[in-house]
Design a protein around this ligand. Structure first.
Ligand code: ZN
Length: 175
C-alpha cells in the first residue's frame, strides 16, 4: 500500500501533464495499480484518488466515497475503478461545494461543478459503463477527471474568498 508521503504534491510536474489512455486494462500493472489506489484512498480518508497522484500517468482513477473524518457527510459507495473516462453531457445547474485534495494538503475550497453528468468509462474488467451521476459522486468524478488533465481543484476556485484552510473548514462544517 502506498503511504500518505508517497502521494504526489502540488508542485510535482506529474500532476500537471495529460495522462495516457489505458490500453491494457487486464495487465497486472494496471490491476495492481487499481488495488493500490483503492487501498491508499481508504487508508488516508480520501473519497477518490487518481493514478497521477501515485505518480502513474494513466487515465485511471478510483471513487471510494464513504463518511470519514475528512468528509463526514459523504455517501457510501462500493470502491469503483474508472478507466479512460469521458463526460458525455452536463446539466445546466452548477453547484459550489467543498473540496479538498490529498495532493494539496491543508487547503479546502468551494468549487463550482456540474450537478449532474452523464459519463462513460471502462470498469476494471474492461466493460464499457454508461452512468448518470449527481451530487457528491458527480463532484468526485469531475475532480478526479481533472487530475488526468493536469488540473487541480484550486485552479477552479472563482475567488480567494472560496479558499480556506483545513482548520477553517473543520470549524465551519462542525459549527
Ligand atoms: Zn485531488
Amino acid at each position: 500500500m502506498a503511504q500518505l508521503n508517497t502521494i504526489a504534491r502540488s508542485g510535482d510536474p506529474i500532476l500537471r501533464i495529460i495522462a495516457a489512455e489505458v490500453t491494457n486494462i487486464s495487465d497486472d500493472e494496471i490491476q495492481n495499480l487499481i488495488d493500490t489506489l483503492i487501498d491508499t484512498a481508504t487508508a488516508v480518508d480520501g473519497v477518490g484518488m487518481a493514478a497521477p497522484q501515485l505518480s502513474h500517468s494513466y487515465r485511471l482513477f478510483v471513487m471510494a466515497s464513504r463518511p470519514n473524518s475528512r468528509y463526514p457527510y459523504a455517501p457510501t459507495m462500493e470502491p469503483t475503478a474508472v478507466i479512460n473516462p469521458r463526460i458525455l453531457s452536463y446539466s445546466k445547474e452548477i453547484v459550489k461545494d467543498w473540496e479538498g485534495c490529498l495532493s494539496v494538503p491543508g487547503i479546502r475550497g468551494k468549487v463550482p461543478r456540474y450537478d449532474r453528468i452523464e459519463v462513460e468509462y471502462c470498469d476494471r474488467n474492461g466493460n464499457l459503463v454508461n452512468q448518470e451521476l449527481s451530487g457528491f459522486i458527480a463532484r468526485i468524478f469531475q475532480h478526479e477527471l481533472d487530475h488526468l488533465d493536469g488540473i487541480l481543484f484550486t485552479d477552479r476556485l472563482e475567488s480567494d474568498l472560496d479558499r480556506f484552510t483545513e482548520a477553517e473548514y473543520q470549524a465551519l462544517i462542525s459549527g
